[in-house]
Design a protein around this ligand. Structure first.
Ligand code: SAM
Length: 272
């Protein structure tokens, strides 16, 4: 067996009880269309397949994907690719509808994987992922905490996140330097009502949190919305971004869109 590759975040789960506990939280039906991200040596894969008719797994490592194909029967389809290059809507289409995603993912690409899922969330029922505990805590963080930020807002806007349980480093080989946690995001329960313009909502959240110490007024100016425009809509623009709930961000995005749609808006940092 080759050595674990740090660059691919290869910390393999060796605690079978943790693997079983993750699979139990999924409450699988045999016909569920499940996609596993980063199956590695198959710690979760074999338990998943005990409860499923079929499973699709995406693994970038050539040695591991070949050995999974050999080790596990024909009801496992292994896609040997970088998960971020997989067209998720197309995969869901091939599988016949919305998918469920599960994975003990490589921690170095947690955010890109989350956005890979969020960006196609209309094709996903839910995802259950093991990640660094700090990141899991950010996904469920409430306003006015230091963990609350872009990831919290997007997770709570596109889904209902649920922190499941923590997993100690000793459950892995080699052990990671951090404590881990399992979290689920249920995309069937996204925030309601949605923003009238999703991309404007995202630009707003990213821009003001890019300058989280600034007031909304200053953050919005940085995004290209001058203070005079703010006079046309209700709101306290002396607040800081971490004080606003997801609902307040949605309402703010809708109001701003009505007075700023003619402006060339940019993410702070792209603008001089
Ligand atoms: N699920 C296994 C387990 O629990 O033991 C392995 C977990 S390990 C933390 C992450 C896995 O993701 C490794 O097998 C690694 O090769 C794979 N991986 C890393 N980057 C990837 C990528 N961009 N696309 C797909 N798989 C990736």
């Amino acid at each position: 067996m080759t050595r674990p590759k740090k660059s691919l975040g290869q910390n393999f789960l060796i605690d079978r009880n943790v693997a079983k506990k993750i699979v139990r939280t999924l409450e699988l039906k045999r016909s569920d269309r499940v996609v596993e991200v980063g199956p590695g040596k198959g710690a979760l894969t074999s338990f998943l397949l005990e409860e499923l008719d079929a499973l699709t797994a995406i693994e970038i490592d050539d040695v591991l994907s070949a050995s999974l194909r050999e080790k596990i029967g024909p009801n496992l389809k292994v896609i040997h690719r970088d998960v971020l290059e997989v067209d998720l809507p197309a995969l869901a289409g091939e599988l016949g509808g919305k998918v469920r995603i599960v994975g003990n993912i490589p921690y170095n690409i947690t955010s890109p994987i989350l956005f890979w899922i969020i960006d196609s969330s209309q094709h996903v029922d839910d995802c259950t992922l093991m990640m660094q505990r700090e990141v899991a805590e950010r996904l469920v963080a409430k306003p006015r905490t230091k963990e609350y930020g872009i990831l919290s807002i997007f997770a709570q806007y596109y889904a209902r996140p649920e922190f499941r349980f923590t997993v100690p480093a000793g459950a892995f080989q080699p052990p990671p330097e951090v404590v881990s946690a399992v979290i689920s995001l249920d995309f069937r329960q996204r925030h309601s009502p949605p923003a009238s313009d999703d991309s404007f909502f995202r630009l707003l959240v990213r821009s003001v949190f890019g300058q989280r110490r600034k007031t909304l007024r200053n953050g919005l100016r940085g995004m290209g919305i001058p203070a005079e425009r703010l006079g046309q809509i209700p709101g306290d623009f002396n607040r800081r971004p971490e004080e606003l709930t997801v609902s307040e961000f949605v309402a703010l995005a809708d109001r701003l869109a009505s007075v700023a749609s003619d402006l060339p808006l940019t993410l702070r940092g792209n603008r001089s």
